[in-house]
Design a protein around this ligand. Sequence first.
Ligand code: NAP
Length: 258
Amino acid sequence: MGYDIKDQIVFITGASAGIGQATARQFAAAGCHLILTARRVDRLQILAQELTQKYHIHVHHAAIDVSRLESIESVLNDLPESFTNIDILVNNAGLALGVNKAHENNPEDINTVIDVNVKGVLWLTQAIVPGMVSRQRGHVINISSIAGHEAYPGGSIYCGSKHAVNAITKSTRMDLAGTSVRVTAISPGLVETEFSQVRFRGDAQRASQVYQGYEPLVANDIADAILYAATRPPHVQIADMIIFPTAQASATIVAKKE
Ligand code: NAP
């Protein structure tokens, strides 16, 4: 049970997989109209078709690379009129690349992860939130991580990027105090998505090991939390939610059975 968000317009980044895709499904079931974005537009097209047919909502989808400001601007400039008053922005697109030690990082990985995870959030915020402020209504939901609260060995780029997301989330909330626009961070622990396949560059065995020996979260568990934050009454602002699988106790402590 929550506040009715039917007919609200939700902009989701990284809607082609994992948490973003599950979030799209949950907002669709709540009767929201969706702007689905990611680079793999073929997947967005299939999801848009499924959700339009199932929930009779309006869905716009567009290819976006959140690490490129011109890509973000082009998608926003081309939004159909009925999608321009965005109510909820879910900054979900993100990735980790490898687990190198800080002194052995590859410069390209540094650029990619910081550009997507950090600059992407800042760029989308500055592009979409002014409209929320002028309408005196809106909600920014940034998908952070336990890696935004704790560091771990081999996490210099990813933990650094998610600590930045947490700082950005807090500053944004301060900047928007008094505007009715809410700002939330959602900080998952281990969720079984394509995340580890991306991190380990398609090494399926290494990726699957991350989720062996315990029951990890699934994307829908995080989508639940996102929907919970979005469906609180307008005077309630969820600041941050840290969500672990039951077997996980910190960024580095996971009780795995042999
Ligand atoms: P995922 O299954 O790999 O999905 C990542 C999504 O991000 C994909 O839709 C991907 O779409 C999109 N993306 C990546 N680079 C992009 C770019 N340059 N421009 C636009 N979209 C881009 O991973 P996930 O687990 O759902 O991750 C979603 C968020 O949760 C990320 O911010 C991640 O850091 C965070 N998170 C995940 C976990 C976990 O254990 N899985 C834990 C904590 C936090 P395209 O490839 O089609 O562009």
